[in-house]
Structures are given as structure tokens and as C-alpha cells.
Design a binder for this molecule. Structure first.
Ligand code: SF4
Length: 255
């Protein structure tokens, strides 16, 4: 057919539409090629530089080019994986990460194509406040620091026991540790790692779920059997305050 040409891709001959963007052909044939900035409705901007391949035209030395910018013609020899391609993709991914270090998609592409992305930033400034407060004030020792690929990381500790108090969440200056209350469960998370998952207790007056069962037990144990505080353990902070005010009014001498 007139509008068809023969090209080779990774040593295999293919008959393809003449003048079609090579990236589209690679994608149609299931030959995975990383790309981010290509859209079929627009003329390629060639800005992400990820879709680089090696191209050899008849009687010319091979060179690297972006597959989004190549229009197919008779006799092209394409290599999608080579040392040079890999090197240029690594450079491209490094440049993209300088602009958007937290973009998941870039890290995913890096992982899929074996490119060097480094560790994904996680918002943690390694101040250790969470680890220290959990150990020194709460006494749960639920967090620890480990080294991964030369960098310190806060992770759940196997020897400690998170009680879901949320103190680490409140003290974290960057919001790297998060908590989420859903239904009757509180989750404490850092990056994708769940530090603790805890059932929540209901307030005996308003019914709102307000603290974890483990945390209330912990407070009870710390306070021992003090009669003034123990009865408020099943009350949320608002109801506990109202309750205390009512108690004071009842105890106040009538004038
Ligand atoms: S929520 Fe868990 S990890 Fe955070 S301070 Fe409390 S016990 Fe420690």
C-alpha cells in the first residue's frame, strides 16, 4: 500500500503508516516507551524528553531522537533500549524531578523503566520530634529512625506499641505524619506506612467518637484511681468541660 512503509523496531520488521508519529506506533505495538508531555491532539512539544529512542536512517550513523517528534519513513531502524537511550532517559527523569520532585507519576515511570529517581521526598525534615515525644512523653516508643539508602527515615518500631494518641501528628512541623478518623477507626500514617490502626471510643454523653480505646486505657493507667478524673475518661473534651462546670455549680454553696 502506498501510505505504508517498512521500518524495524528492535530488529523486527513492521509495516506501519507512513508519516505517523513513532511514539504512537510504539504505543500501538505495545512497546513501552516512557512519555509525559505528548498528546495526540497537539503538535509534540518535546519537553519531557522521556520518549528518546535510537534511530538509524539508511547510510547514516545512528542517533538519539525523541520518538514523539519522529514521523515514520521507509527504512528507519529503531532501537528503544540501549545504553545511550537509558542514559538520556535518566537525565530526562532527573531534570523532571528537579521541577516536580513529589510528582508520583515521575517516580512510577522511573520504577517501571529502571531509571534513577532517588528517594521520594516525604515532607519529613528528620527533626525527630515525633520519635522523641512518643518515647519521652507518651511512653509508647512506637516510632524509630532507620537509614535507608543513606537517608534517615521515621518508621513504626516493632518493639513499641502505638496507642493512637495523635501526639506525633500534632507535633510534626511539616504534616508528614497524618491521622485519619473513619467510622470507628483511627489510622496514624507516615508516607504510605500505617503506624497504627485503632478503634475509637464514643463519648458517653454526646456519642461522638473522640479518642482511641488504647489511649483512654493508657491515660487511666497513668492517672491510677484518682476519683476526680477517672469518671471523665469516657467523655469527649467538650462534654468533660461541661460536666466539670455542672459539678462545680452543684458543689458551690447556695447563697
Ligand atoms: S499516635 Fe502512636 S506513634 Fe504517634 S505519638 Fe501516639 S503512640 Fe506514638
Amino acid at each position: 500500500m502506498e501510505n505504508m512503509v517498512k521500518i524495524t523496531i528492535n530488529g523486527e520488521e513492521h509495516e506501519v503508516e507512513k508519516g505517523k508519529r513513532l511514539l504512537l506506533i510504539l504505543t500501538e505495538k505495545g512497546i513501552k516507551t516512557p512519555h509525559l508531555c505528548f498528546h495526540h491532539a497537539l503538535v509534540p512539544g518535546a519537553s519531557c524528553k522521556l520518549c528518546v529512542v535510537e534511530v538509524k536512517e539508511k547510510n547514516k550513523p545512528p542517533k538519539t531522537r525523541l520518538s514523539c517528534a519522529i514521523k515514520t519513513k521507509e527504512g528507519l531502524e529503531i532501537t528503544t533500549e540501549s545504553a545511550m537511550v537509558h542514559q538520556l532517559r535518566n537525565k530526562a527523569i532527573g531534570d523532571l524531578l528537579k521541577m516536580a520532585p513529589r510528582a508520583d507519576i515521575i517516580h512510577r515511570i522511573g520504577e517501571e523503566f529502571g531509571l534513577t529517581t532517588g528517594l521520594k521526598p516525604d515532607g519529613c525534615i528528620r527533626c525527630r520530634l515525633c520519635v522523641r515525644i512518643c518515647k519521652d512523653i507518651i511512653g509508647a516508643k512506637a516510632l524509630k529512625i532507620v537509614k535507608r539508602e543513606g537517608m534517615n527515615y521515621v518508621i513504626p518500631s516493632e518493639t513499641g506499641d502505638c496507642i493512637g494518641c495523635g501526639t506525633c501528628v500534632n507535633i510534626c512541623p511539616t504534616g508528614a505524619i497524618r491521622s485519619e478518623d473513619k467510622g470507628n477507626v483511627r489510622k496514624i500514617m507516615i508516607r504510605d506506612e500505617v503506624i497504627g490502626r485503632h478503634p475509637l471510643e464514643r463519648c458517653e454523653i454526646c456519642g461522638r467518637r473522640f479518642a482511641t480505646v488504647k489511649f483512654l486505657k493508657h491515660v487511666q493507667e497513668l492517672e491510677g484511681s484518682h476519683p476526680d478524673t477517672k469518671e471523665h475518661h469516657k467523655l469527649c473534651p467538650t462534654c468533660a468541660k461541661l460536666h466539670a462546670v455542672k459539678d462545680r455549680r452543684m458543689l458551690a454553696p447556695k447563697l
